[in-house]
Design a protein around this ligand. Structure first.
Ligand code: BGC
Length: 418
């Protein structure tokens, strides 16, 4: 009898149109939001969902840059146990959509007018073969240079806006026994710094050839050699032996005054704020020298996976809630990223976020996608590039020209252009 009642109830729920009447079902959410700020941002989302009748069942996989999370997701899918919601970003998203794993969100997107309200770059990123395949969470800026204001005040310098000023800062800081730059040799972090430096030395047009069109021969350009030389120089300003520390440790060094600068996506700013530091007081943020008027972005997205759990209505509700302006502001304020919508009052965000959002919105800005964070190439190409850069840095005998040849070889063009 009880079983029959449950069946009937289930049937009634299915028969009712719209998500409002659907009984609350927990959604399994796989993500890598596990540092202090990331956790808070995820908790903020889960609280918003809970207030709207959706229970978030957490499947957090630690590991910066989602290295472990992407692997766990793959094995769960292979075992027939795909989560309902996953932090799938960039090319990983389209790869899963290709095999029919991602639930289209066209109905929600039409209802909420995503095409009219999202930044076109964001709308493009979540559109694939006529389908809307993810709910956008926020936009991170990778070409971010964070600095410790107290240490810069001690050496009497403003934050560097050119490489000459950067070099001067390194000299002055070092002379006072201050570590100029926090550094980690984790391959994804090396790749994160490199792409920002590459954008600086190559400029947005060549950057696109290298990273978006993936023209192998372009990797032999002297501007790439300059970027590789600069990467090694940056690494060597930090005299520590090679160490793969989590990005949160490098960020902690900046806050503790053990290092004066950090080149990292602005999630590090979110982390500093979560630890109680204030932008403009304890730390500041500028763009990396030579990357003014460019925005090197990584856009976080949540995909709803088609997994036979019949949670479609609840998954649509998640997407709808993620897109809401109030969620966007509440989530991004904590996460360090910025809202994905063009008509948004961002006055309540911190100054780094306001700059990032204004730059992303400015039609004169060159917006370029991050390779290290999956916006431009598939997982294996990205990993091969990161490994090559890591090898180059850890083997002082490898000349930049050799690294260029290796990078040209591992870069696989989308259309195999030479
Ligand atoms: C994600 C960020 C995250 C960072 C560090 C990036 O790939 O886009 O949301 O904070 O990795 O884990």
């Amino acid at each position: 009898m009880k079983a029959l009642a449950v069946l009937l109830l289930g049937w009634a729920a299915l028969a009712m149109p719209g998500w409002a009447q659907v009984p609350a079902q927990p959604v399994d959410v796989l993500h890598w939001l596990t540092s202090a700020s990331e956790r808070r941002a995820a908790n903020q989302l889960s609280a918003i969902l809970a207030a709207n009748g959706v229970q978030w069942r957490d499947a957090a996989i630690p590991g910066g840059g989602g290295m472990a999370a992407v692997k766990v997701l793959k094995s769960r899918v292979l075992m027939g146990d795909a989560p309902d919601v996953a932090q799938l970003i960039g090319t990983t998203l389209t790869e899963w959509a290709d095999v029919g794993l991602v639930m289209p969100l066209n109905a929600v997107a039409t209802r909420q007018r995503w095409a009219q309200t999202l930044f076109p770059t964001v709308m493009d990123l979540v559109s694939y073969n006529g389908m809307v395949i993810a709910a956008p969470l926020g936009i991170h800026r990778i070409n971010t240079l964070l600095y410790n204001r107290r240490l810069f005040a001690r050496v009497g310098l403003p934050p560097p806006t050119t490489w000459a000023e950067f070099e001067l800062a390194v000299r002055k800081l070092s002379a006072q026994g201050i570590q100029p730059l926090a550094w980690s040799d984790e391959p994804w972090q090396v790749a994160t710094v490199f792409e920002a430096v590459l954008l600086s030395d190559a400029g947005p047009a060549l950057y696109r050839e290298l990273i978006v069109q993936r023209r192998s021969s372009a990797w032999l350009d002297p501007r790439v050699e300059r970027a590789l030389t600069r990467l090694r120089w940056l690494r060597n300003t930090n005299g520590e032996p090679p160490r793969e520390k989590p990005w949160t440790d490098a960020t902690r060094e900046l806050l503790a005054g053990k290092a004066a600068m950090l080149v990292m996506g602005d999630w590090a700013k979110g982390e500093l704020i979560a630890w109680g530091a204030s932008p403009g007081k304890d730390f500041g943020c500028v763009v990396l020298p030579g990357t003014e008027n460019t925005h090197l972005y990584s856009i976080d997205t949540l995909a709803m996976l088609a997994n036979g759990h019949h949670r479609d209505a609840t998954q649509e509700k998640v997407a709808e809630l993620v897109f809401n302006a109030s969620t966007q502001l509440a989530y991004n304020r904590i996460k360090g990223s910025v809202p994905v919508q063009r008509d948004m009052d961002v006055a309540s965000l911190d100054s780094c976020a306001r700059d990032s959002w204004a730059s992303f919105a400015d039609p004169r800005t060159a917006r370029v996608p991050s390779l290290a964070h999956r916006m431009a190439a598939d997982e294996s190409t990205k990993d091969a590039v990161a490994q090559t850069l890591w090898r180059y840095l850890t083997d002082p005998r490898m000349e930049p020209a050799e690294a260029q040849r290796r990078l040209a070889a591992v870069i696989r063009a989308p259309s195999n252009t030479p």
